[in-house]
Design a protein. Sequence first.
Length: 231
Amino acid sequence: MKTKIAMVLAVAALGWSGTAGAQSLPDALRPIGNLPMPLSLIIPHYSELAAPYDWSGVWAKPILTYQTLSFSGRGSHYLKDDDGVSLGAEAGYNFQMGNIVFGPAADLSYSFMDGKGTPGALPHTRSDVDMVGSIQARAGYSFDRILIYGTGGFAFANLEVKSQPGGSDSATLSGWTAGLGAEYLWSEHATLRVEYRRSEFSDHNFQTLPPGQTKVGAGMNIFSGGFVYKF
């Protein structure tokens, strides 16, 4: 009985939120058709083309990314490539000149990547990446409700290499990041964004690794998506 009541309340809430979301849109952007709420917002149909969207202004978004991590340098064979997720926030500002949209952006997130060493190479060796961030410049071209853009700039990541009995050594690696992305108009103050970036970080000497093989660099593939709120 409780399960049925919960399902009814959930359906009612979705229907109400979908209706409220549609009513908050300008007339030219309100979805039409026979799809039920909230599917009519996810896959909308338009009675006419929407007016060109104003992309300018401050924006912010939560970060939920999937990342892959690989190592380079003489000491890289002691560490195992890893993957995982990160959580954080990103913000920026858009300038618009006609269909051209550009501006700065910055992000900071906490990564949950914690990889073990390569089996048999060096016992009890681990890599740990926690803080990851970047400062970028974005530029793109808008097609009504769609924005295609490129991004690039400075990136950093905090990498810790642990070994027994060597202890722990950490450093903030710096480098570059670049990628491509796309955004879709969702409502007056929200867009849906997907993005891919590649980040490369410079080598650093980690004293927890054997002498002569302490140098380690890193590279990351970063896949992200989610809603962006435009102020």
